[in-house]
Write a protein that binds this ligand. Structure first.
Ligand SMILES: [Zn+2]
Length: 340
């Protein structure tokens, strides 16, 4: 029986632990975000056998259980793995960020393997890699130091970053974090699936075979990522605000894309959310997209102070008709995309 000690960092009313008001007017509490992921992990694991799970924080959030109480509980119980879920801060409203995974400063290879597996899986699922992302970070944290089993403390993005905060607030992000963490626990803990072919590991995979695209853009005026858009439910962008960067992913398969910026050239191709396409401060006038799904991708740009251009589906910088969206030299302010 593989024993997992799981906890959401802090409590609902822990002072200071919340999202930055200028980015999130609700000032969402860190515990809420931490607990949402912990609950989703707990739920995901119910499809497996071969483990026991002990939640060592207060699942109602009312009490911020002392760190010593948490680690004492896990040690006494004889946990095989200890996981603390947190969200980070320290950017002060800037645009940096990313996921960080911590262990204590001196740990064994097994702990490092947990850490690396979790970090890699989280990046794979969420793409939330930023300038503060550290895969093998070490710190003298109580929970990592005072635990007798492999212990990892995850910081699932920053609560005061214009890049991370809008993302980490979404239910979808929590789903992806939980799926990423569940996958590692299942694999490393040797858990077995109770019944085959039930709920898919990726929660937003659609049963009818439809592939969706989820995308967002960086607004050069507000200097922030605008919310995710799915297919044609909306367009990404704000009319009159030039775009500097694009992020996109599919619910199934891989997407590859490049952008061209005004007065410059085509930037390197990026894949899924491993990176964004674009350069901060450089306005986009061309976009090229392709997928490996075998389906046709249709995408269009809206010209700033102009109109929507026709959808294109090709991927060829030498083909201004159908090889890319946009008119080079004319800044774009919105994009819409779908998969046929
Ligand atoms: Zn925290």
């Amino acid at each position: 029986m593989f024993k997992i000690a799981l906890n959401a960092g802090h409590g609902l009313n822990t002072a200071g632990k919340r999202c930055l008001k200028s980015i999130d007017p609700n000032e969402t509490r860190e515990w809420v975000l931490n607990s949402r992921i912990a609950e989703k992990i707990t739920e995901n694991l119910k499809e497996y056998s071969g483990y026991e799970l002990l939640r060592i924080d207060d699942p109602t959030g009312k009490t911020d259980i002392a760190l010593k109480t948490r680690t004492d509980k896990a040690n006494k119980w004889g946990a095989d793995f200890y996981l603390a879920v947190h969200h980070n801060a320290g950017i002060g409203g800037g645009a940096g960020g990313g996921i960080v995974a911590f262990t204590y400063t001196s740990v064994d290879g097994e702990t490092k393997d947990w850490q690396k597996s979790l970090y890699d899986s989280l990046i794979k699922y969420t793409g939330l890699k930023g300038n503060r992302s550290v895969p093998l970070a070490e710190a003298d944290f109580h929970e990592c130091r005072e635990t007798k089993m492999p212990a990892v403390l995850l910081e699932c993005g920053f609560m005061d970053s214009t890049a991370d905060t809008p993302v980490i607030l979404t239910e979808q992000f929590a789903d992806k974090c939980a799926a990423a963490i569940t996958e590692v626990i299942v694999k490393k803990g040797g858990l077995t699936k109770k019944t085959a072919g039930q709920k898919p590991a990726v929660p937003d995979k659609q049963p009818d075979g439809k592939i969706s695209i989820i995308y967002q853009v960086w607004d050069s005026v507000q200097k922030r990522w605008l919310p995710d858009v799915k297919d044609l439910t909306d367009y990404a962008g704000l009319y009159g605000h030039a775009l500097c960067a694009v992020y996109a992913r599919l619910t199934s398969g891989n997407i590859f894309y490049r952008v061209h910026y005004t007065g410059g050239g085509w930037l390197p191709e990026v894949k899924n959310r491993e990176d964004y396409a674009g350069l901060y401060g450089k306005n986009i006038d061309g976009l090229m997209m392709r997928t490996d799904t075998g389906r046709k991708i249709k995408y269009a740009l809206h010209i700033k102070d102009g109109d929507w251009l026709p959808y294109v589906s090709g991927y060829d910088e030498k083909d201004p008709e159908n090889g890319y969206a946009g008119i080079l030299g004319k800044e774009a302010d919105a994009v819409r995309i779908y998969i046929e």
